[in-house]
Design a protein around this ligand. Structure first.
Ligand code: AVJ
Length: 331
């Protein structure tokens, strides 16, 4: 029982997010079993995601980074200087320096739910950009947020890279884009990265790499449940599965039970039959026109977009749709 005691002691040191507990307990009880992808990103998960972005199969990060470098001066010309850059889900802020160097912004506001990463990245950026005011916001960007009062009078540019929008089903993505427009305010702009529909032979290995790093990233969710929610899920009884769902145009990640399993989470019992899965992520992909339609539905008017020669990934710059000059009518 020594183990129990130390578990409890450890647990009192970890702050468990009540929303995590809620999503896990409900998600494991639901059919199909589903846990939202946002819970991947504890410290270990965030580090595994960073490792994914360096994989040769994971074309998204390097494609977006080179698009951003190539388009940076064109973007600066369209946004003008002196905006506050507000990054949604900033994580390690790995792509941010490219944008900040080109834009010469008046302030930078990284928003993330992963506190450790948020402060570390902000500290690193403040060394690179000594004169740039940085105002980190520790919060959930899917809800309406109050931006720091220090940027009240500044025009804003939202930055939402990495195709994180792909983690949301279309109605939720539309809501999210509208929430961002409301958070940023009228006259704002948004630079968003969106992954494209492409051949399965390229999509699948990006989510099922031979080094098994994506598998470790997916399975880490079970470790996190065990760590933070007094779980007893046998991690080795699950395997990582990535599928292309063509009719929904999305990659799905699942954790599939390789045998019948029984375990507890916070005293609640779950049994999962061999072959059943827990759906852990959707990563929606968009065709070139689909992405523009999505933005319009979300209250944004696209003004420019950039794509790599293979057509793998898109960067889109948009402005709030309410920014029409006075006296104009829709025609
Ligand atoms: C950060 C959400 C864009 O969906 O490609 C990477 C996360 N999942 N490998 C994605 C992820 C599996 C990633 N996003």
């Amino acid at each position: 029982m020594l183990r129990r005691t130390s578990d409890l002691r450890l647990r009192s040191l970890i702050e468990v997010d009540p929303a995590f507990r809620h999503d896990v307990l409900n998600g494991l009880a639901a059919r199909p079993r589903t846990i939202p992808a946002r819970w991947f990103y504890d410290r270990a998960g965030s580090e595994l995601f960073e490792a994914i972005t360096a994989l040769p199969e994971y074309y998204l990060t390097r494609t977006e980074r080179s698009l951003l470098s190539d388009a940076a001066s064109a973007i600066a010309a369209l946004t003008g200087r002196g905006r506050a850059v507000v990054e949604f889900g900033s994580g390690s802020s790995a792509k941010t320096p490219i944008l900040l160097s080109a834009l010469d912004p008046a302030a930078y506001v990284p928003i993330d739910i992963s506190k450790d990463f948020l402060w570390e990245s902000a500290a690193r950026l403040s060394e690179l950009f000594a004169d740039l005011p940085i105002h980190p916001v520790d919060g959930d960007f899917t809800g309406m947020l109050r931006l720091p009062s220090a940027i009240e009078s500044l025009p804003r540019l939202g930055f939402f890279p990495g195709s994180t929008i792909g983690n949301f089903l279309v109605p939720d993505a539309v809501d999210l884009l509208r929430t961002m427009a409301a958070t940023l305010g009228s006259g704002s702009m948004l630079l968003i990265g969106i992954d494209r529909i492409k051949d399965e032979s390229i999509l699948l290995p990006a989510y099922d790499d031979p080094q098994r790093i994506t598998a470790a990233f997916n399975l880490n969710l079970l470790h996190r449940i065990n760590r933070e929610l007094e779980g007893s899920a046998p991690v080795q009884a699950f395997r990582h599965v990535a599928r292309w769902n063509d009719s929904e145009a999305r990659i799905e990640m699942h954790l599939e039970a390789v045998r019948d399993v029984r375990f507890e989470v916070e005293g609640r019992r779950f049994s999962i039959a061999k072959g059943e899965t827990i759906h852990t992520e959707n990563s929606l992909k968009y065709g070139p026109r689909d992405a523009l339609v999505l933005l319009r539905a979300g209250g944004w008017s696209p003004i420019a977009d950039w794509t790599d020669p293979d057509g793998f990934f898109s960067l889109i710059l948009a402005k709030t749709a309410d920014a029409a000059p006075a006296g104009t009518t829709a025609g």
